[in-house]
Design a binder for this molecule. Structure first.
Ligand SMILES: [Zn+2]
Ligand SMILES: [Zn+2]
Length: 329
């Protein structure tokens, strides 16, 4: 645990699950009566042990946490929130849209899995490959204690702890009800997975996503260019400075991918599955090298680009019988 700026402690929690970032950042922010914890980490023994040791080393315990704020309900940010609440009596706060995602995602998952399968098939994935990719997702729920929030927070509301007053910014895209926290006096932005210093967060169309998530995401980034933030505290990697250059890089990354997709389409009617196989994912990653879990993500990310370009009238979604095709107009 490092005091990254007076009153804000940075805790790096390990992520044991395969594929994805190696750690998640939790932030513990000093208050008058108790601390505000932003994001919880996975519910694993190593994550719990790291959190516990970090608190003890600083003369604190779970009972010192009075509020838990969840930027979004992905397992790495939300998984352990329920366990910490039990030990501390802290309240859990999140955006109302995230609250609604918990049940279908982590409690009664059948319907969501079924919708996801159908969406993959509608976008051209052969049935046998769909079954393979479905198996790649099972098992995440063991890292989450599904716990409803006590408080919901909407865009523009404030969260106060000690000398910090954070403004909630609703930032849909990576998750429909993702929120960031902005402290205008201290010029600090807690950016969750919305803005990360090195990796571009996954923005996907899936059964729980908002309409045109990538378009919403980019619009939100453009609005956030106006923020006067000197220190950005992200959900992964290191705290960083230089908000605007990083926002511009992320927007350019997505624009480049749009161009790559248009090039792959080559004026033909193509399915999302066909396009996803021909895109270069990351530095060297071709479709054939991707693990099943990443293939799923690749299809839904491609779909997010196609939906964005269809919304902007750069391509047409062709009415078909069952399977969706897209073509440049
Ligand atoms: Zn996330
Ligand atoms: Zn994350």
């Amino acid at each position: 645990m490092t005091e990254i700026t007076p009153g804000i402690h940075w805790i790096k929690l390990p992520i044991d699950a395969v594929g994805g970032p190696a750690h998640i950042n939790s932030y513990l922010i000093r208050g008058d009566i108790g601390y505000l914890l932003v994001d919880s980490g996975w519910n694993t023994d190593s994550s719990f042990g790291t959190m516990h040791n970090s608190l003890v080393k600083n003369g604190l315990g779970f009972e010192d946490i009075s509020q838990i704020l969840v930027t979004h309900v992905h397992p790495d940010h939300y998984g352990m929130a329920g366990r910490i609440k039990k030990l501390s009596g802290a309240t859990i706060a999140m955006h109302p849209i995230e609250k609604e995602l918990i049940e279908p995602r982590y409690v009664h998952m059948e319907e969501l899995l079924h919708q996801t399968d159908r969406m993959l098939v509608d976008n051209g994935l052969p049935h046998d490959e769909m079954v393979k990719l479905r198996d790649a997702t099972v098992g995440l729920e063991q890292y989450i204690i599904p716990t409803p929030p006590d408080i919901t927070l909407r865009d523009g509301e404030t969260v106060t702890t000690g000398e910090f007053t954070f403004r909630v910014i609703w930032t849909p895209g990576h998750s429909s009800g993702h929120i960031c926290l902005y402290e205008p006096e201290k010029k600090i932005l807690l950016s969750g997975d919305h803005i990360l210093p090195k990796i571009t967060p996954n923005i996907s169309v899936h059964p729980q996503s908002i309409e045109n998530p990538l378009g919403r995401y980019v619009k939100s980034l453009q609005e956030m260019r106006q923020l006067d933030a000197e220190l950005i505290l992200p959900g992964h990697d290191q705290p960083f400075t230089g908000l605007r250059p990083r926002i511009d890089e992320i927007i350019q990354h997505h624009e480049q991918r749009n161009r790559d997709i248009l090039a792959v389409m080559g004026g033909q009617a193509r399915t999302t599955y066909q396009i996803a196989q021909e895109i270069t994912w990351g530095v060297r990653s071709r479709w054939r090298d991707l693990p099943d879990f990443h293939r799923r993500m690749a299809i839904f990310e491609t779909l997010a680009h196609l939906e964005m370009m269809a919304t902007d009238s750069r391509i047409d979604k062709l009415p078909g019988k069952g399977i969706n095709y897209y073509r440049q107009n």
